[in-house]
Write a protein that binds this ligand. Structure first.
Ligand code: C2E
Ligand code: MG
Ligand code: MG
Length: 275
């Protein structure tokens, strides 16, 4: 008997779908209980890493034991399903809630282009934009390069509509998949976030040095602001600062946190004033 790992009823595909079923159940239960939250990670300025340019809001769900589950554990499974749309709605609602509460905040949220045109998601965004006239200019929407290229016309039309309302757009995970440069002429992304893999050991990895410089020069040619993702070591940050990256993001500057980091900063400022 031969074993075809791609066959529908192979042990491998059974194991994968078993995992998907579990993930779907967990997300559905979290949605029912509204156990969904954003974790916030700082994106700092390259030239002065003590200054925060904006925060990225990353979606989290709580599992049945109350553990915080990061997006990478479930987003792929739900992305093409209705649950993916509901998660994107909550990301907008939670993001807008934070923007309304903290007028100094600039925040990015992630979305799937599949949410464009989804009535509930469009309503959530519209309601958010109307809730305060400054929301649009403080909101950044991140779309991964691979998903933007799946539906270029839909995405570029949506971006034009939203950019008129002051919203900025970031091209996420730039360089991670196959990169089709011709689309840069059609899309007007304000920022590019260069995929984590290119920053890894960049101070010593000569391949990454060449690739990063090429990606940065393309971004600059198209007047896009650059963010390097996944910075974990000071040497990586120093190298990137020297080559003129605008912003840096990664565990070195702060892990994603479900307690709002700017609230901690504000209470530290208040404590310092009282001393
Ligand atoms: P992303 O937008 O590229 O987010 C960066 C991911 O890298 C996050 O994982 C973050 O926790 C992780 N990260 C941050 N700094 C470091 C670092 O220094 N080293 C390493 N190794 N990792 C780092 P997370 O939160 O699990 O999110 C995974 C992906 O899920 C995101 O990638 C984004 O594409 C997607 N996602 C997150 N929230 C949403 C959402 O609300 N809607 C949709 N559609 N997708 C989302
Ligand atoms: Mg992102
Ligand atoms: Mg990314």
């Amino acid at each position: 008997m031969t074993f075809d790992p791609n066959s529908e009823d192979s042990p491998l595909s059974a194991a994968i779908s078993q995992r998907d079923v579990h993930v779907l159940d967990m997300v559905r239960a979290a949605l029912r209980k509204k156990d969904v939250l954003l974790a916030y990670q700082p994106v700092v300025q390259g030239a002065d890493t003590k200054r925060i340019a904006f925060y990225e809001g990353l979606i989290r769900v709580l599992d049945e034991t109350g553990r915080i589950i990061p997006a990478k554990e479930f987003i792929e499974t739900i992305e093409a399903r209705e649950e993916g749309r509901l998660i994107d709605c909550l990301a907008v609602e939670l993001g807008v809630e934070s923007l309304v509460k903290e007028p100094r905040l600039r925040l990015s949220i992630n979305m799937s282009p599949r949410s464009i045109g989804h009535p509930q998601w469009e309503t959530a965004l519209e309601r958010g934009l109307l809730s305060d006239p400054t929301i649009g200019e403080r909101l950044i929407i991140e779309i991964t390069e691979s998903s933007a290229l799946l539906m270029p016309d839909l995405v570029s039309d949506f971006m034009m509509r939203m950019q008129r309302r002051g919203v900025s757009f970031a091209l996420d995970d730039f360089g991670a998949g196959y990169t089709a440069f011709r689309h840069f002429k059609d899309f007007y992304f304000d920022l590019v976030k260069i995929d984590t893999s290119f920053a890894r050991n960049i101070d010593v990895d000569s391949d990454n040095q060449v690739l990063m410089q090429a990606l940065v020069s393309i971004a600059q040619q198209f007047d896009m602001f650059t963010v390097a993702e996944g910075i974990e070591r000071p040497q990586e940050a120093e190298y990137l600062r020297e080559i003129g990256i605008d912003c840096l993001q990664g565990y070195l500057f702060g892990v994603p946190s479900v307690s709002k980091p700017w609230e901690k900063d504000a209470s530290a400022e208040r404590r310092a004033l009282l001393r």
